[in-house]
Design a protein around this ligand. Sequence first.
Ligand code: DP6
Length: 364
Amino acid sequence: MIIKDFLPDPYLVKKKEGKSLWKAPSNIALIKYWGKKQNQIPANPSLSLTLNSSATTTMVDYRRLGKNGTDFAFDLFFEGRPMESFRPKIETFFKRIEAYLPFLRQYHFKIETSNSFPHSSGIASSASGMAALSLCLMDLERELNPEMEPTFFKKKASFLARLGSGSACRSIEGDLILWGESPDFPESTDLHAIKYPFKVHGVFKNYQDTILLVQKGKKEVSSTVGHDLMHHHPFADRRFVQAHNNLSKLRPILADGDLAGFIQIVESEALTLHAMMMTGSPYFMLMKPNTLEIINKIWEFRRATKTPICFTLDAGANVHVLYPEDGKESVMQFIKDELVAYCENGQYICDQIGFGARKLMVEK
Ligand code: DP6
C-alpha cells in the first residue's frame, strides 16, 4: 500500500458535531523497534504482544467551526484536568497527519484522556494514547465517508498512530502484531502494523505479562532521543540485521510453541536494546540495580523449577515478566515472594495478551 492510498477522496457527508470514545491498549515489543528514518519509518521490523488491561481511554468531542482555523483548535484534558504539557505533542501529531485528515482545521476538538495504569508508573502511554486518539479521529472520518471499509479503517488508524508514535501503530489490533517490512512476511509494511500472519501455537494463547514497576515516574531518556542515538551508532547496522534475523527465527518458534527458543530471543532483544543505549554516544544506563536483581532471580527460578518464564524490558527500568497461562499460579507466588520487594512501593501490574482497541458507547 502506498501513502497515496491514505489520502481521502472528497468527503460525501457533512458532520456538524459528534463524539467518539475509544479504549486502546498498550503493547510490549518482543522484537524491538529502536532506530528510525524520516517520517516515522522504522529502521527494522518489530513484533509485539498487545496487552489487555493497560490501556488509554480517549473521548473526542468535535464541533465544526464557522471557518477553517489557522491553528489547530483543541483542548486537552488528562484524567479530568486541563493538560497543557501534552499540547506540543498533539500539535506535531496533527501537523504530520493533516494531509491524510484534511478536516482537522475545520473542527474544534475537546480531547479527554485517561489511563488504566497508575499515573507516572513509568509505563509509556504514547502507544495507547496515540492509538486511541487516531481511532477517534478515524471515527469522524468514517462519519464523513460512510462507505469506508472496516479493514481500511483499522489500517489507516494504525498508519496515523504511527505518525504520532511508532509503537502506537501496534496498539490498534491484537494479539501478536508486526510492524515494518520484512521479506519473510509478504504483507508487512513500514507504513502500518499488521496482525502476525502465521501460525501461533496454543501455548502463547493468554500469555501473561506481569509488569514490575521498578522505577516509576517519567522516563530518563525519551524515545525520540533514544532513536536518534542509532543514527551514528557504531553497532546500528548489525543491530538492524539482527532484528530481521530474530524475527525470522521466531516464526518456527511461534508455530511450534518452542518456549526455550522464544525465551532466548525475547531476552536477547531486551538486553540488546539496553546494550545499544549503553554503547551509544552519549551513553545511558536505564536499568537500575533492582532491574538486575529481578533478572537474576528470574534466571534462578527458571533454572531451579524449569518454568518457562522470561523477561523483557522497554526503554526504562521496569521489567515485564512473560509466561504461559498454565504456570500462572506458581509464577505469581514466585513474583510475590521474591520479586515484589524490588518494585517501587511494591507495585506491579498483572496483564496479559489482549485483542486490540475497542470502541465504547458514549454516555448521553
Ligand atoms: C523501546 O514508539 O516510543 O519501546 O516513534 O519516537 O514515539 P517514537 O518511539 P516509541 O519507541 C518505542 C521503543 C521501544 C521498543 C518498541 O516498542 O518496539
